[in-house]
Design a protein around this ligand. Structure first.
Ligand code: NAD
Ligand code: GLY
Length: 386
C-alpha cells in the first residue's frame, strides 16, 4: 500500500498509532486494519451511514472480510442531530446483540459525526474497545479523526458528553473526496485555514497556495490530474502532522495551560462556531462553515484589540473568500449568540478563554475578562451583519 504516514506518539499512555494518507487506499483497508489491530481481533463493528456506506461500504467490508474479519454493520442516521445519546444507546445495544468482545474492534467509516459517535461508543463499550477511523470528509481527515476526542451533543450544547479514546489507526483515502458535496468541501477547507492560521507561515501559505491553484468550485475535475493528487496528499499530510504535533504534547487539553501550543488553540474560531450552530438548531451551518465565521470573528477581534496586523487580517479574509460564500448569518439575534457563549464548555470557572491571533502561527489565549463586552458585541455585528 503506497501512502504517506504520520505517527501520533502519546506520552501519557504510551499509545502510538499511524495515520496513512494516500489515493485509493480503501480496497486495502482489510490488510491495513489487520496491521493496526491485535491478532486476537475476530469481529469488526463497522459504523457508517447509508449515504457513505452506499458509496464505499462494500469496498471496505469486502476488504475487511478478505483479511478474515467477521464484519457486522450499523448504519446510523445522517446529520449532526443524530450525534446523540439516543444513537449511542442504539449502537451499544447493537454491540451487545452482536456479541462484540473486548478483543474485537469498531471501525468508523464516515465524516466527523460518524467518527465522534462511533469513537465514543468504542470508548465506553466494555470500558474501551479498539477503534479505527476511516474519515470520508475533508474535515474528518484533517481534524476530527486525529487526536482521540470522541463524544455526542446534548440539548445543552455540542460535544458535552464524551471521552478521549485514541484510535489504533486512521486511514485517509483522498479518492473519497470526489463525491463530497461542495459545501462539505468548503467546511473542510475552513478547518484547514484555521489550522494554517494557528500553526505557522509555512502551512498557512501551503493551504492558501493550494486553494489558489485548485479552487474548491472546480475540485472534482482535478482528480484526473497527477499534480493535484500529489499536492492534496501533501497538504493533508502537513495538516495532519500539525494536528498530531499539538495532540502529542497536550493530549487531554490541560485546563491550566495557556501557551501557544496548548490543545486549546485548536478551538480557534470555535466559540462563535458552536454558538452559531446552537442558535440555528444545528440546521443552517455545516460545522466548518460556522468555523469560517468564527475565524473571521476571532481575527477581527484580535485586530480591534491591536494584537493583530491589518494586513494579516486581509490575508486571512482573502483565503477564506476563496472558499466561496458562507450561509447568511445577518438575521441571527446577536444577543442570543453572546448569551450562548456562557454555555461553551471552554468556560473555565466564570470566564471564557478566547483564542486570538498575534500573527499567523502565533495564537494567544485571552481571558474574556480582559475584553469589554461592548467590543465583543460590536465585532459580532461587524462580522455577522456586515
Ligand atoms: P458529517 O459527518 O456530518 O458529514 C457531512 C456530510 O457529508 C454528511 O451528510 C455525510 O453523510 C456526507 N459524507 C461524508 N463523506 C462523504 C463522501 N466521501 N462523499 C459524499 N458524502 C459524504 O460532517 P463533518 O464535517 O465530517 O463532521 C462534523 C462533526 O465533526 C461535528 O459533529 C463536529 O463537532 C465534529 N468534529 C470533531 C472533532 C474532534 O476532534 N473529534 C473535530 C472537529 C469536528
Ligand atoms: N478539534 C479540536 C481538537 O481536536 O482538540
Amino acid at each position: 500500500m503506497k501512502n504517506n504516514k504520520v505517527t501520533v506518539s502519546l506520552s501519557d499512555d504510551s499509545h502510538e498509532y499511524d495515520i496513512a494518507i494516500g489515493d485509493n487506499l480503501l480496497e486495502n483497508s482489510g490488510e491495513w486494519a489487520r496491521n493496526c489491530l491485535s491478532k486476537q481481533t475476530k469481529k469488526i463493528a463497522l459504523i457508517s451511514n447509508a449515504k457513505v456506506f452506499g458509496l464505499y461500504g462494500e469496498t471496505v467490508k469486502n476488504s475487511l472480510e478478505s483479511a478474515n474479519f467477521e464484519v457486522v454493520v450499523f448504519l446510523m442516521n445522517d446529520g449532526e442531530r443524530y450525534k446523540s445519546l439516543r444513537t449511542l444507546e442504539k449502537v451499544l445495544k447493537f454491540f451487545s446483540e452482536n456479541q462484540i468482545k473486548r478483543t474485537d474492534a469498531v471501525v468508523a467509516l464516515g465524516g466527523g459525526v460518524v467518527g465522534d459517535l462511533a469513537g465514543f461508543a468504542a470508548a465506553v463499550f466494555q470500558r474501551g474497545t479498539a477503534f479505527l477511523q476511516i474519515p470520508t470528509t475533508l474535515l474528518a481527515m484533517i481534524d476530527s479523526s486525529v487526536g482521540g476526542k470522541t463524544g455526542v451533543n446534548t440539548e445543552f450544547g455540542k460535544n458535552l458528553v464524551g471521552a478521549f479514546h485514541q484510535p489504533h489507526g486512521v486511514l485517509i483515502d483522498i479518492a473519497v473526496l470526489q463525491t463530497l458535496p461542495r459545501r462539505e468541501l468548503t467546511a473542510g477547507f475552513c478547518e484547514a485555514v484555521k489550522q494554517g492560521a494557528i500553526s505557522n507561515e509555512k502551512l498557512f501559505t501551503q493551504t492558501a497556495e493550494f486553494l489558489k491553484k485548485f479552487p474548491p468550485n472546480k475540485f472534482k475535475k482535478y482528480f484526473f490530474d497527477d499534480d493535484f493528487i500529489s499536492e492534496i496528499e501533501k497538504l493533508i499530510t502537513a495538516q495532519v502532522a500539525f494536528k498530531a504535533e499539538i495532540v502529542q504534547q497536550d493530549e487531554r487539553e490541560d485546563a491550566a495551560r495557556r501557551d501557544g501550543k496548548s490543545r486549546k488553540i485548536l478551538n480557534f474560531g470555535h466559540t462563535l462556531a458552536h454558538a452559531l450552530e446552537k442558535v440555528t438548531d444545528y440546521k443552517r451551518f455545516k460545522h466548518g462553515e460556522a468555523v469560517g465565521y468564527g475565524i473571521l470573528f476571532a481575527a477581527e477581534l484580535s485586530k480591534t484589540l491591536e494584537m493583530f496586523d491589518n494586513n494579516k487580517l486581509d490575508l486571512l479574509n482573502d483565503v477564506l473568500r476563496r472558499l466561496g460564500k458562507l450561509p447568511d448569518a445577518s438575521d441571527i439575534n446577536l444577543k442570543t449568540v453572546s448569551e450562548t457563549f456562557a454555555f461553551d464548555k471552554k468556560n473555565i470557572g466564570k470566564s471564557l478563554q478566547w483564542i486570538l491571533l498575534e500573527d499567523i502561527g502565533k495564537p494567544k489565549i485571552v481571558d474574556d475578562r480582559e475584553i469589554s463586552p461592548k467590543i465583543i458585541d460590536e465585532t459580532l455585528k461587524k462580522v455577522l451583519q456586515p
